[in-house]
Design a protein. Structure first.
Length: 664
């Protein structure tokens, strides 16, 4: 594969890397714009309206995280601002005393008390600064943790369909950023308090000196405020536009260092290829960064020119007041000081508010995510779930995955029964809808139409947590947790303390006891490569642990999706034997497998094709001449792979109904 990416793709187009690896541009803003016209929310007015609420939310978050630290920070910031204000007023007195008429010694003596106040406010200010630094340091990480927990708590309860939804993921991306923004908001909030008090003090002094000075001071900061806001809005907008692209870039760099793709990265030479595309994707982001910083530089230059003009106007006004004798020289000195101090604190205030505003945009995303997660949460409560239902019935159930339903539903008008304490096999070709059916059965998705009835009760009204509790599941893609061997099995039931006895039983059941024996630290072996003492298992060994996990859970209904695909022949026999015994013990087993010989002992076999139920019956019934022949054809095809006379030709039979075989 030699697709060398261009060096400087235009930022608004899909780069060749995006097109080749991801099928199109990863930079859409329609998604998040759909959420309440997010661009409009960026207007100064709407943000000004929202800012107090978001600041309030952050302060509540901080109070939840550490009330004591919050009090310390608030008191320290207030102390710092007040000491600055008092200091400024004291300096005014010092200047007035020093510039007054009379002998120098007398003037200095008169200035002494005010000088003392300046010194004391300096010390108080320094102490308050250090208290604020230590309090903020204590508070910030806690706020981030509480904010992170807040969204994680909600996300773990959303429907599976939400987790698979691309829009929800995009929101999740920016909301994750929101947790660290909440942390930074604490710093900016405390900065705003300090700067605000200092500004009020300077403004008060200026107003007393001459009323025209305050509007002039405000004029000097308007261009800076405009520039900061404009830059922040551009940055936030760009962040959303590029958020998926950034995730994809991280994905590429992650693939180069993870253990799973490592063999292919080397043998297939994927490494240099991915690295090239990583570079190309990064260059696209860098181009966007360059564009943003150029725009920021331009806006700042305009702002500086306007500020300079406003400062000139202020000093010209001061000069005018002096020349016309409206203001005395000593007062003009204080005015210069107060203007400088006021303009500095106003600049700092604007900077802090601007940073607050920028971070608040992400905290707002965090709030939006929490709201969306609450709307898409698995409903709580409902009718109690039958403990051991006599039968579960699918009644004309159809379901299509979001975004694909228009093309063809994954399940189309399926009606079938799962009787209690029986082995029910689901068979059919790849993509026929078997896994989808069990996910609907377990309550992971909800039917688009039709009903799933538990002893006649519609599952839609049942308590979903109760439904989940009835199932144990070992799916095709069961998760390989990067924890110890013990936890990989015991994670099947986390609401109880780990029981060693139950672990041993589950391991024996799945043939995982042999796996555990061979591990260097037995049950305590860490099953994660790349960590100290980490160990890797073979596919079949993992599968045994997966089956042991489902057994450890002891759900009333066991779903096993391709349980033996990675097992050797002996282990496969053992697992099917155990599954049979489970059903003898009253547990309902739902078995999905492509090994058709192993469904011989199932009580009922349902055959799916393109999302539709084609036939149902026992093995003998489905193999008999009166069946539709879908299962029989599949079975003969598979058996023929081992037979001497070659595989059966699907759909082709001789006049006696015996499948014809392809010549070897
Ligand atoms: N999460 C998903 N999002 C969108 N489409 C999906 C999703 N999972 C499955 N599908 C689609 O639904 C259809 C049925 O898939 P399903 O996994 O149920 O088939 P299956 O019979 O279990 O296949 P296999 O034997 O290969 O495991 C397929 O066309 C598949 O592409």
């Amino acid at each position: 594969m030699r697709h060398s990416p261009p060096r400087h793709p235009r930022p608004q187009e899909a780069s060749p890397s995006e097109r080749l690896l991801f099928g199109g541009p990863l930079r859409h803003d329609q998604g998040w714009n759909k959420h309440e016209n997010a661009h409009l929310e960026l207007s100064l007015w709407s943000m000004a309206l929202r800012l107090p609420r978001l600041v309030g939310a952050t302060i509540r978050l901080a109070a939840r995280a550490d009330r004591g630290a919050l009090r310390t920070v608030a008191a320290a910031e207030l102390g710092q601002g007040v000491s600055q204000a008092v200091g400024l007023i004291a300096i005014n007195h010092v200047l007035a005393a020093v510039l007054a008429a009379g002998p120098t010694g007398q003037r200095l003596t008169a200035a002494l008390p005010a000088l003392l106040v300046v010194a004391v406010t300096g010390v108080v200010g320094a102490l308050a600064t250090s208290a604020s630094t230590s309090g903020t340091g204590r508070l910030e990480p806690k706020v981030e943790r509480v904010a992170t927990e807040m969204y994680l708590e909600r996300v773990i309860h959303v429907e599976l369909a939400a987790i698979e939804d691309e829009e929800f993921h995009r929101l999740l991306d920016s909301a994750q950023y929101g947790a660290s923004s909440a942390r930074r908001m604490i710093k900016y909030c405390s900065g705003v308090v300090g700067a605000l008090v200092a500004f009020v003090a300077a403004a008060g002094v200026l107003t007393v000196l001459h009323p025209v000075l305050l509007p002039l001071l405000a004029l000097t900061t308007v261009p800076r405020a405009w520039a900061s806001l404009r830059i922040a809005r551009a940055r936030y907008s760009s962040f959303h536009h590029w958020v998926q692209h950034a995730r994809a870039g991280r994905l590429l760099s992650g693939l180069l260092i993870q253990t799973e793709p490592a063999p292919e990265v080397r043998v297939h030479g994927v490494g240099p290829f991915l690295l090239r595309h990583f570079r190309s994707m990064s260059e696209s982001s860098e181009a966007e960064q360059t564009r943003l910083s150029r725009e920021a530089a331009r806006v700042r230059l305009i702002a500086s020119a306007l500020t300079g003009t406003a400062v000139l106007a202020t000093y010209a006004a001061l000069g005018g007041l002096l020349l016309t004798g409206v203001m005395r020289l000593s007062v003009a000195g204080t005015a210069v000081l107060a203007t400088r101090s006021g303009s500095a604190s106003l600049a700092s205030l604007i900077l802090q508010i601007n940073s607050l505003y920028e971070e608040a945009c992400y905290v707002q995303d965090l709030e939006r995510l929490c709201q969306e997660a609450a709307e898409r949460a698995i409903p709580e409560g409902g009718e109690p779930v039958p403990d051991n239902p006599k039968e579960i019935r699918f009644e004309d159930v159809s379901f299509g995955y979001p975004g694909t339903a228009a093309r063809r539903p994954a399940l189309d008008g399926v009606s079938l029964t799962i009787p209690q304490g029986k082995i029910v096999a689901l068979v059919g070709e790849n993509g026929s809808g078997k896994s989808t059916l069990v996910k609907l059965l377990a309550g992971l998705y909800r039917p688009d139409s039709g009903r799933i009835l538990w002893d006649g009760q519609d599952m839609a009204g049942l308590d979903r947590a109760g439904v989940f509790a009835r199932f144990a599941m070992v799916s095709q893609d069961f998760h390989r947790w990067p924890f110890t061997c013990r936890m990989n099995v015991a994670i099947g039931r986390t609401d109880h303390a780990v029981s060693q006895e139950r672990l041993e039983t589950a391991a024996r059941y799945a043939g995982a006891d042999e796996v555990v024996e061979q591990l260097p630290r037995g049950w305590d072996t860490l099953l994660a490569r790349g960590y100290e003492g980490g160990h890797q298992l073979s596919g079949g060994q993992w599968q045994r642990l997966g089956i042991a996990r489902a057994r450890y859970r002891e759900g009333r209904i066991l779903i096993v999706d391709e349980p033996t695909s990675a097992l050797d022949a002996r282990a496969e026999l053992q697992v099917f034997d155990q599954i049979r015994r489970l059903a003898d013990g009253g547990q309902t087993v739902l078995l999905i497998t492509h090994r058709l010989a192993s469904v011989r002992h199932a009580d009922v076999i349902h055959v799916l094709e393109h999302g539709r139920l084609r036939e149902s019956g026992t093995f003998e019934e489905l193999m008999g001449p009166s069946s539709a022949g879908v299962f029989r054809d599949l079975y003969e095809l598979q058996r023929g792979q081992f037979a001497e006379d070659g595989p059966a030709v699907p759909g082709s039979r001789d006049p006696d109904g015996v499948p014809r075989r392809a010549p070897r």
